[in-house]
Each structure stands twice: as structure tokens, then as C-alpha cells.
Design a protein around this ligand. Structure first.
Ligand code: AMP
Length: 281
């Protein structure tokens, strides 16, 4: 497995693979990898000849009061996980390699970002779209793999690829959870013992939401109210949002139906965690 921080080295390696007629799968990450990331890499491994993973904590997608400086990093452990899955190349650039002096071009979106994380993190998706666009231009993958854990991000990337005619297939992958239900996240490492227990309120509330939908609840207001009431029982939890939106355009819906995304962001102490489910039928 090759590790490089140089855009030029990624380009020449990928060009060589393409000359040989090999397909390239790409998994963009911010590192501190866990089995959620691993599942994306395994999927890429199974569907493509070569797999590239990027590890880059992208400053552009963090707001001023967010956790850019404290975001966990461990390249050695990340490399081990990638190697064990059969990743061929890790791209691990410095900030200066990605954003050279004078950088002033952005990719932004006028829809899909008004609700959910876009509402609480106003500059977030501009940063995500810009960096993913750059990474796609650098890696030129045939397929790129994203987790449903960040469901709004997945919808935003799909839209960007469609709107801008980008020649890459986006593959969405299911949420991977800890044994007790908590969605795996690099940010789980911020939680102390008490908070780790309290964080289960997210997955429990997701299960409650799924149960209510399966029992026939169709009114989005009723569903969201029941889920919020459940979260409020946990003293360490503070709701950022619980919303029901359409997975296609991330606009609020009144009625729950096929393709409704029910998503939440909840602070446990200072740590902001997200979780969601998509209504299948
Ligand atoms: P991040 O490193 O948090 O930017 O995540 C990189 C990619 O891994 C994104 O596509 C995430 O949606 C995905 N991911 C993160 N956590 C999980 C998880 N628990 N299950 C599935 N995918 C995940």
C-alpha cells in the first residue's frame, strides 16, 4: 500500500492504473478510521480493481466554533486498517497541498442545504462540495463510496455530481453501529463514560421512530414530536434538530412515505452526534 501527500503522485499512479484498464474506487474520509469507514473500503474493494482512500481533515467544512483543532487523528492506526482491507493508495495531503496560497474557488449549492446540518452548520456543505470536487478531480475515480450515516451529505454529493455532470458513480452504504446501537463515529472518542451511555439515546430514538413508522404513523409532526420527547428524557442530551425530509431534495415533508429521511443531531455534553433512518416503503 502506497501513502502519499502529493497530488502529482496520486495522479500519476491513477493514470498508470487507467492505462492498464483498471477501475478505481474512492473513499474520502477525515481519518481516525473505524468499521464504518472500513465498510465503505470493503465495498470499494469488492466493486473496483484499485481502491484509493483519502484522509484529510478539511478545514473549509468546519465553522469557527467547531472542533477542527481537536478532531482526532491517528495516521498509523488508519494505515493499518486500510492495509488490512486491501486499500491500494492513501492520499493524505497537508492543508497547503489542497489549498495553495491564493485559493479562492468554491463549489456551493442553493438547495438541499437549508435543513438539517445545513441549517446548524451554514458553511459546512460549501466546504464539503469544494473538497469532494477537488478530490474527484485529483483521483478521477469510477466509483466513490459514501455512508448513509451522513445522509444529507450523500444527497448533496449525488446532486452535485448530477448537476455538474461529473463522471463518477456515487455508491451509498448503510450505517455501521457499535454492538449496543450507537452509530460509529470518529467523534465518539470525545465522549466520557457517562456521556457514552447517554449517547445511546440517539440510536434508541431511531429505533422508536422506525417502530412508530412500522405501526402506521404517517404524520411527520407527530413522529418528530414523539422522537423529541424521547430524547428529552436524557438529561445529558440537547437537541440540535429532529426532522423528517425527503431524501431527494432535503425539504421538510408533512407525511412520512417511501424515501423520507428522518434525521437528528443531538449534543451529548459538548459532542454533537448525528443519526438517521430512511423509510423504505
Ligand atoms: P468522515 O471521516 O466522518 O468524514 O466519514 C467519511 C465517510 O465515512 C463518509 O462517507 C461517512 O458517511 C462514512 N461513515 C462515517 N461513519 C460511518 C458509519 N458509522 N457507517 C457508515 N459509514 C460511515
Amino acid at each position: 500500500m502506497q501513502i502519499t501527500g502529493k497530488i502529482s503522485e496520486v495522479r500519476s499512479q491513477v493514470k498508470e492504473w487507467k492505462r492498464e484498464g483498471l477501475t478505481v474506487g474512492f473513499v474520502p474520509t477525515m481519518g481516525y478510521l473505524h468499521e464504518g469507514h472500513g465498510s465503505l473500503m470493503k465495498r470499494a474493494r469488492s466493486e473496483c480493481d484499485k481502491v484509493v482512500a483519502s484522509i484529510f481533515v478539511n478545514p473549509m467544512q468546519f465553522g469557527a466554533n467547531e472542533d477542527l483543532d481537536s478532531y482526532p487523528r491517528d495516521l498509523e492506526a488508519d494505515a493499518k486498517l486500510c492495509e488490512s482491507i486491501g486499500v491500494d493508495l492513501i492520499f493524505h495531503p497537508e492543508v497547503e497541498e489542497m489549498y495553495a496560497e491564493g485559493f479562492c474557488s468554491f463549489v456551493d449549492m442553493n438547495g438541499l442545504t437549508k435543513e438539517l446540518c445545513g441549517k446548524s452548520r451554514p458553511i459546512h456543505f460549501r466546504g464539503v462540495c469544494t473538497v469532494v470536487n477537488k478530490l474527484f478531480n485529483i483521483v478521477t475515480p469510477d466509483k466513490a463510496f459514501f455512508g448513509q450515516k451522513d445522509a444529507q451529505q450523500l444527497a448533496v454529493i449525488r446532486r452535485m455530481v448530477k448537476d455538474l455532470n461529473m463522471d463518477v458513480e456515487i455508491v451509498g452504504c448503510p450505517i455501521i453501529r457499535e454492538e449496543d446501537g450507537l452509530a460509529k463515529s470518529s467523534r465518539n472518542t470525545y465522549l466520557n463514560e457517562e456521556e457514552r451511555k447517554a449517547a445511546l439515546i440517539l440510536s434508541r430514538t431511531i429505533r422508536l421512530g422506525e417502530k412508530l413508522v412500522s405501526e402506521g404513523v404517517k404524520d411527520a409532526g407527530e413522529l418528530v414530536a414523539a422522537m423529541k420527547a424521547n430524547i428529552e428524557k436524557e438529561p445529558l442530551a440537547k437537541i440540535d434538530y429532529v426532522e423528517a425530509v425527503s431524501m431527494d431534495d432535503i425539504e421538510k415533508v408533512d407525511t412520512i412515505g417511501k424515501n423520507t429521511l428522518v434525521a437528528m443531531a443531538v449534543y451529548i455534553g459538548k459532542t454533537r452526534l448525528i443519526d438517521n433512518f430512511i423509510v423504505e416503503s
